[in-house]
Design a protein around this ligand. Sequence first.
Ligand code: ADP
Length: 451
Amino acid sequence: MKKSISIKARVTIWYTVSMIIITSLVVIFLVSFSQQISKNQLQQKLIDVVTDTIQEVEFHNGEINNDIDFYNNGVSLFIYDINGYLIAPRVNQGIQVDSLLEDQTVKVVDSIGERWLVYDIFGEKDNTNYWIRGIVSMSGTRQTLSDMAIIALCILPIFVIITAIGGFYITKRAFIPIKNIAETADTINSGNDLSSRIKIKNANANDELSHLVNTMNDMLSRLQSSFETEKQFTSDVSHELRTPIAVIISQCEYILSGKANKYEEKQAFETVLKNSKRMSDIISQLLMFVRAENGKFKPNMENINVSMLCEMLVMDFENVCQQNDIKIESNIKPDIYTICDEVLIARLITNIITNAIKYNKPFGSINVELYENDGYVVLNVKDTGIGISEENINNIWKRFYRVDTSRSGESTGLGLSMVKWIVDIHNGDISVKSVVNIGSEFIVKIPLKNK
Ligand code: ADP
């Protein structure tokens, strides 16, 4: 099987190769460009020297004057007669290159193991025709350029190695979060343990990978909490249903045993009925939660006269309150309309008033108020009941939470979580103020212009 190269190695190889190619191209370009410039400068110098010297050439009776400088500024000068015989300098002061004389043409000539620039001019002075030739060695510039190339070739590999090592190190460090993500995913996979988090050196760093790690850690926290809630919920549901089922089974067994008289049988049937109703209550409320959580529940939003709805519900409760020696009073501002789901709002009001009755004291009272305030319809239900202690007040919205678990017969612990859910889908707000043994006050706010 083909062994794949790591991304780190691939990235490093890619930019190292690119860097070698780019730097080499730059060096080649610079060397050839400087070569051309040096050649042009040398050529200009040669032409200038030869052209200047030609002004100084003089002949007396066919003899050349001796004042001419035959080695000027690195350029060697030679004067030939019309047949190409050297007439000056007399003493062989320089090296002559072997090349045909051509008027005003710069040539590159390889001679005696070197490269030369050669420039000739055909001249006429004092009735004498002659050739003047200038030669200059190109080896000086060639040497400088080859030195430059050698230095570049020595520095380039060192430079490439340093950048490759540095680049590999940076890439390796940059990939540490990816390694950590893979390790954490492995840990979660193998141990089913959602409490693992991806390690991160600096959680506040602003780079893309740190952002990814932070987002994934947040996602893991949310997943963990939702799995735990789910687990807790399943165990709560089974626990809540087990109790009434156990009661129903034991009552049925008692009836079937034939030991109960008529009165006891009737009582046993009543217990079975009460527990069956309780189970039915729990199941229907849970079904609503499940539908809500699956996104299948669509509230039926209509323009409702909440004042009328509230008044009717308070009237319905008057009898129950009377039976429980509780006084119910209301102060409902007429004709408050809002867009809401009527059935859900009725359930919300019912749940809160039911609690105000259930958790009230004998001869206690309940006060229901409905009014408009700051774009909201406000429902305020105040009771003079047992109140809720500070340590419990934040938990009352949780499913199956009951402050007093011994009241399990008459409560499911689902009412207020249902109320909270109804408030949320109406974009409203709910709060509670309570003092133990004095009473509680539930304040619900629903926007008047709900969509
Ligand atoms: P349930 O009433 O079925 O137990 P709820 O969700 O309606 O469930 O209420 C949760 C808990 O909050 C109750 O068990 C009770 O302890 C507390 N509670 C709710 N309303 C009141 C109230 N008006 N006064 C005192 N305690 C209350």
